[in-house]
Design a protein around this ligand. Structure first.
Ligand SMILES: *Cc1c(COP(=O)(O)O)cnc(C)c1O
Length: 224
């Protein structure tokens, strides 16, 4: 299967308008990305700022770039002028910086709040309690150059389908609670970004409308 075939496969699998396919192109070359682009793919995601900005400069300008990896405050300025959606807003300090850089670029930057749903300690993201206390504080509503568009989560890396399903379900429930209590001009809950190559089928069953697929499109990653 070529990259083109894989894009077509996913486009057939997920009905247009119901779920967005984000092709996660980290470590992949611009030629590989162009192959996906030629198959009609326009949403691409990366997890490192340097790689993202380099690819942005080289590749067609109608690509929508998604930041899906942990983002350091001091690197926000490099992506603020062009980023389409930051999936990995995982702290109040980071959101403050995104807001500041958004103002500098005269943009309102779309963000998803990353929520910690997996078992692993190392994964980034807000805890549920932390998230709701921030929402109640109304601090997010004061960021004029940010719009919160939904939530992102990464499930535990495991073969246990029930566990994965429960984690996705938890994220969906948090989204519904936010929808009920905090929906406003600044906070919509349009997007639920969950599901990767190994677990997207479960994620879609549990209500995901943004899947982030790397390996299943581009093949295994080669880390140097
Ligand atoms: C790498 C990555 C993906 C894609 O992972 P695959 O298993 O290759 O599909 C999705 N989301 C995030 C946050 C990633 O870092």
């Amino acid at each position: 299967m070529t990259i083109k075939d894989n894009i077509k496969h996913f486009k057939n699998l997920i009905p247009e308008g119901k779920c967005t396919l984000i092709a996660i192109s980290k470590t992949k070359t611009t030629d590989e990305i162009l192959e996906a682009y030629e198959a009609g793919q326009r949403d691409f995601g990366e997890n490192k700022v340097q790689e993202l900005t380099k690819k942005f400069e080289i590749l067609p300008k109608d690509i929508r770039w998604h930041m899906v990896g942990h983002l350091q405050d001091n690197k926000v300025k490099y992506i603020a002028p062009f980023i389409y959606l930051i999936h990995s807003a995982d702290s109040l300090n980071l959101l403050k910086e995104i807001n500041k850089q958004g103002a500098k670029s005269s943009r309102i930057i779309s963000c998803l709040l990353q929520v910690h749903i997996a078992e692993e300690e190392v994964k980034f993201g807000f805890d549920e309690d932390e998230l709701f206390s921030i929402l109640k504080s109304e601090l997010l509503q004061q960021f004029e150059n940010i719009t919160i568009k939904g939530l992102m989560g990464i499930a535990t890396f495991t073969d246990d389908e029930n566990k994965i399903r429960n984690e996705f379900r938890k994220l969906k429930n948090i989204r519904e609670r936010i929808f009920d209590q905090f929906l406003s001009k600044e906070i919509s809950m349009d997007y639920l970004s969950m599901g990767m190559s190994g677990d997207y089928a479960i994620a879609v069953e549990e209500g995901s409308n943004m899947i982030r697929i790397g390996t299943a499109i581009f093949g295994k990653r080669n880390y140097q």
